[in-house]
Write a protein that binds this ligand. Sequence first.
Ligand code: DAH
Length: 351
Amino acid sequence: MNLNERVLAVEAEIAAASAVGADAAESFRVTMLGRNGKVTVLLDELKQVPPEEKRIWGQRLNQLKHAARLRWEELKATVEALPPVPTGTVDLTRPALREPVGSLHPISLVRQRITGIFSRLGYTVSQGPEVEDDHHNFGALNFPPDHPARDMQDTFFVQGIEGPGAGDGWALRTHTSSVQVRVMEQGKPPIRTISPGRVYRNEAISARAHCMFHQVEGLYVDKDVSFAELKGTLDHFVKTLFGPGSAIRLRPSYFPFTEPSAEVDMSCTLCNGEGCTVCKHSGWVEIMGCGMVDPAVLGNCGIDPAVYSGFAFGMGVERIAQLIYRVPDLRLYWENDVRFLEQFADGAFRS
Ligand code: DAH
């Protein structure tokens, strides 16, 4: 090999040197720049180069030496950055690093628990569209035409829908009660169903309100369904979800689609009834609305109110989740901060 070929070979070797092993940098230095190193030997040969070529070879070999030095510095830095090689015996008792585990969203976990309780009571799960027409969201549920819930302030109206029903006031559904109507229109009693889903309201987003949230609607229609059965069902639900020590109370209320109607409170899980900010120091928190399906609503959906009666209820999933997980701010659910979400991995929060 002539000098040129040998310089090229050493150049390639310098570029390919790798930082494997704790002494990688030092052995590179010895091989290249030591007393008998490859670069040192080539530099020595400069003496034998004819005088007219000395300048050009001098430059070339100096560059080679410079490249070797740089590579040595790089190797030293790489080796120093490597984790220390363990010495002595391996500690088998040391806990393993935690693998990141994916998890269901807390709202999904709570929805599953709610539907699980009602499935065991024989309820089916039904669904309806999130973009809903006026009839299913309001009309069939007895909302009078001038009801404030139909106002632009509360409802997101959807424009530009074509085809059947166009111009009928399409909107993002404001509650899952719309699914009741669809189920009753399509089926015959006995009906026992729950309808979990997203709902939308034109609300400013804050710790306590959001423009999108989740509800679970319940509906039971058969002959001789009574208010006592409604109360017993909800009491069973709350005791199953929150433990046998929890209790419910019903307060008279008004909904256009139920008569009589009630608001359901449960004993505050956060302070055990002693009073805290969540229950506003009353010991009770509101968790849902309920009532006997208004006979007019049964009639609107093609079910004879002279033969059948029914009860319905509707609850907010975020609210129930707040009482289970003690989440202080609704916005946390939708910010997708993994530090929040990973707390629900491996069922850590499941009771
Ligand atoms: N739809 C009501 C709401 O969004 C909740 C509700 C109240 C549902 C009473 C019902 C019911 O089925 O009977 O606030």
